[in-house]
Design a binder for this molecule. Structure first.
Ligand code: ADP
Ligand code: F6P
Length: 462
């Protein structure tokens, strides 16, 4: 019989990676902030994490890593295509990001989404102890709260959406709109990154289902569902430690040397995703080169673009567009042995990312829409030397907190250029002042606080 837990996390992915090890392969905890934040809670409650282990072969049986029980949920090749690549990442992802690419709607994707959500709900119902707290994560699993409540009315169910929640007008496009809203309303507490998103949700409940609400609480049948903003953050102390690590600092120096010791290193680090505004940032760099405000080799740009969702059409198109723009800039402005843009379509270790953050004079985070954007927070935390400057899109959730960044509207090319210009030329005293204020904020508003605040509210202790 499966061991049952008083605390269960349900997320599309398990927080582990399968890596090569002596004598075969083994599972290691992945470095993400979410698992770092939840690890103490999971460890203290013999908690279980329910999620997909990756791959489409038969899922492994339940196993433990670092004191956490892991409960894999299998996905077939067909489900990966329809539930993950289709409904999650070609319908919901673009729609919730203000339709910056047109969402695609397909019946067979919706069916797969429903089927896979039911499988996650079954798994959670199986591992949750009587009266347990279950925390469901993100847009891939929006039907799980209601499905789980139906199976296990004794549970306390929380849901957190890591991405934006759209306006009523946009949400209404979705053929599955009632089902998704009812799915979310199965939770006791629905958390969002921003206050506006929580308001969108509450108003939607009235608009679409005629439900009454008082303040942040929606009345559903005989239950109350609370909505609220819980902006996620990073493991600030860990990133501060990494930035201060002598090996990381030596690597940062080496990176600058390898780049030709330029005066200005401009950095972008993202998943290769069309919401991230990578083209907009490249264009701003190109125009500042064209205007001779910047010149190679004094200024170079490094763009790390982690491969992501590579079988989804919009991601393939984006890759072509970004690589064409990088080629164009290098064609016009590079010299032999000195590229203007160093483009890296690769994944890196946390330490290498920290070294890149330490090496960069300007970090450009320019999403067209982003729930939070943790890269912006990581950059600030890594800069214990108070060096560097952050250019940040107003359309990233992080902009509500990192107000001392050079904020810009990524839809306005002149605005992006202006912010980049200001970040490149800011005097040191002012730059350090901005960095110090943002760091102070992140020290208190870390991911641990995020998790504790949500769980306290969910358990009704707030
Ligand atoms: P999203 O969740 O949309 O990918 P975030 O900025 O919120 O965007 O989070 C991205 C996370 O992935 C950050 O923790 C960042 O450090 C990590 N990351 C981004 N690019 C890379 C990369 N090339 N290699 C390893 N980790 C990366
Ligand atoms: O933050 C949004 C999110 O989709 C997470 O749910 C996910 O873990 C991460 O981005 C990476 O995306 P994917 O799991 O599709 O590779």
């Amino acid at each position: 019989m499966t061991e049952r837990s008083a605390f269960v996390v349900v997320a599309n992915r398990l927080p582990v990676d399968e890596v090569a090890a002596e004598g075969g392969r083994e599972w290691r905890r992945s470095p993400g902030g979410l698992v770092t934040a939840l690890h103490p809670v999971l460890a203290a409650h013999q908690g279980t994490w329910v999620g997909w282990a990756g791959g489409t072969d038969a899922a492994p049986g339940p196993f433990d890593v670092d004191g956490i029980h892991l409960h894999p949920v299998p996905l077939s090749g067909d489900e990966l295509e329809k539930y993950y690549e289709g409904q999650s990442n070609a319908t919901i992802w673009p729609l919730y990001h203000d339709a910056v690419e047109p969402p695609m709607y397909k019946r067979s994707w919706r069916d797969a989404y429903r089927r896979v959500n039911a499988r996650f709900a079954d798994a959670a119902a199986e591992v949750a102890a009587d009266g347990a707290t279950v925390w469901v994560q993100d847009y891939q699993l929006q039907l799980v709260p209601a499905m789980l409540r139906e199976r296990r009315p004794d549970l306390r169910i929380g849901f957190f959406l890591h991405i934006p929640f759209p306006s009523i007008e946009l949400f209404m496009q979705m053929p599955q709109r009632v089902e998704i809203l009812r799915g979310l309303l199965g939770a006791d507490l629905v958390g969002f990154q921003q206050r506006l998103a929580a308001q969108n949700f509450i108003r939607l409940a009235r608009h679409l289902l005629g439900l009454r609400y008082v303040g942040q609480t929606v009345e559903v049948d005989d239950r109350r569902v609370k909505a609220g903003a819980f902006p996620i953050s990073i493991d600030t102390a860990e990133m501060e430690r990494m930035g201060a690590d002598p090996e990381v600092q030596a690597r940062a120096k080496q990176i600058r040397k390898e780049l030709g010791d330029p005066k200005t290193v401009i950095l972008g680090v993202d998943r290769l995703d069309y919401t991230k505004g990578i083209e907009q940032r490249l264009k701003a760099f190109r125009e500042l080169l064209a205007e001779d405000f910047l010149s190679v080799p004094d200024a170079v740009m490094v763009q790390v673009a982690t491969p992501s969702r590579e079988r989804v059409e919009h991601y393939q198109t984006l890759r072509v567009k970004v690589e064409r723009e990088v080629g164009r800039i290098n064609g016009e402005y590079a010299r032999v042995g000195v590229p203007a843009v160093h483009y890296l379509h690769q994944s890196y270790s946390r330490a290498e990312l920290a070294a890149l953050y330490r090496a960069a004079d300007v970090m450009m985070v320019t999403p067209l829409r982003d729930g939070m954007n943790l890269v912006a927070k990581e950059y600030v935390a890594a800069r214990g030397d108070l060096g560097g400057a952050l250019v940040l899109s107003e359309f990233a959730g992080a902009a509500s907190e990192l107000k001392q960044a050079f904020l810009c509207n990524p839809h306005d090319p002149d605005g992006v250029k202006d912010a980049l210009r200001r970040a490149v030329t800011v005097d040191q005293v002012e730059a350090r002042r901005r960095m110090r204020i943002m760091q102070r904020h992140l020290r208190s508003h870390n991911v641990e606080r995020w998790a504790n605040t949500f769980l306290t509210e969910l358990r009704g202790e707030a």
